[in-house]
Ligand binder design. Structure first.
Ligand code: NI
Length: 138
């Protein structure tokens, strides 16, 4: 385990009050953990801009009755097969499906896959959760 360092942070009262409200709203046990999370978030953001390998998840909501939609989504995923780790399909109700596509690899490719899938006609909603392989973060 790496060594723990302490350092002081100067903040004006207003900003600190806002930070403390945020900490309470998000149920952080203390300021240190909230601060660490903010740093990690920025590091992950940077990984998505700079790193060679990231991990993440694309979530799609769509109506599987839409003509050709399933074929299109499958064809796109085959074009990105090196990037996709796994896909989970959940039948939400009679019409709607939720699909979670786990990706690991080049961040630009992951963004491109997410954009391409979201742009398919019939996809109601799509998100890309930018995460990390964890290698760069303690
Ligand atoms: Ni389904």
């Amino acid at each position: 385990m790496s060594k723990l360092f302490r350092f002081g942070v100067s903040l004006d009262k207003d900003l600190l009050d806002k930070f403390d409200r945020l900490i309470r709203a998000k149920n952080y046990p203390n300021r240190s953990e909230a601060f660490r999370d903010l740093i990690r978030k920025e590091l992950v953001k940077r990984e998505w801009q700079k790193a060679a390998e990231i991990a993440g998840a694309i979530t799609l909501i769509y109506d599987h009755h839409k003509r050709e939609l399933l074929n299109k989504l499958t064809n796109i995923q085959h074009d990105f097969q090196n990037l996709i780790v796994s896909t989970q399909h959940i039948h939400l109700d009679h019409n709607n499906c939720l699909e979670i596509i786990v990706v690991k690899g080049n961040p630009k490719q992951a963004q491109k896959l997410a954009d391409t899938l979201k742009a398919v006609k019939g996809v109601k909603y799509g998100t890309l959760s930018m995460s990390t392989t964890g290698k760069e973060i303690k």
